[in-house]
Write a protein that binds this ligand. Structure first.
Ligand SMILES: [Zn+2]
Length: 187
């Protein structure tokens, strides 16, 4: 059996969902509930799924707080932000299998029926904490392309990543190239 039942709840999958939701929820003041539900479904949430405006507002509040983990300067600051979120926004560690519908996995929210915002903050804090623990570096970062503003997840052990996507990296490389050419032409 190789369905995504076990990977759906993995730390990395949860953190990927966190980054995607943080970007979608903080890009504009009034995110579209249908689009946010779509991201949740894309990242393994079981449908059908309908979010109210209140659900999305709660998710957005959590996203704005989680964004601080990604914009933190270095691992110490990221750990400090996570400690604050864990202290203020999450409950004690517990295990859930959602009545046998999923593998047992850890939860930091108060209940399986907790509001979306509480669930998002808690599950994200859990995943980002484990990633920071494993990697001993910030679990993610903020794209260096001016005007992008998206966050990304630190993956693997390669060189430090600066951009959220290949698209942003290419755009900045082209811009730097143009600047260099313009500079070499000036007297
Ligand atoms: Zn970017």
């Amino acid at each position: 059996m190789n369905d995504d039942r076990s990977t759906r709840h993995s730390v990395r999958a949860t953190a990927r969902r966190t980054a995607a939701l943080v970007n979608a929820l903080t890009a504009e003041p009034d995110p579209d509930p249908g689009a946010i539900a779509g991201i949740l479904l894309d990242h393994g949430e079981l449908g059908p799924l309908e979010l109210t405006a209140g659900d999305v507002a709660g998710l957005r509040t959590a996203a704005l707080r989680l964004r601080e983990v990604f914009t933190a300067d270095g691992v110490d600051e990221a750990a400090g932000v996570l400690n604050r979120l864990l202290r203020e926004g999450t409950g004690p560690l517990r295990l859930s299998s959602h009545d046998g519908r999923s593998p047992w996995h850890p939860h930091l929210d108060s209940d399986d029926e907790a509001p979306w915002g509480e669930w998002f903050l808690a599950s994200s804090c859990m995943a980002l904490t484990v990633l920071l623990w494993e990697g001993q570096r910030p679990p993610g970062g903020l794209c260096s392309s001016p005007g992008c503003g998206d966050v990304f997840l630190t993956v693997g052990s390669g060189p430090e990543r600066r951009y959220c996507s290949r698209r942003c990296a290419t755009r900045e490389r082209v811009a730097a190239h143009r600047r260099a050419r313009a500079g070499s032409r000036s007297p």
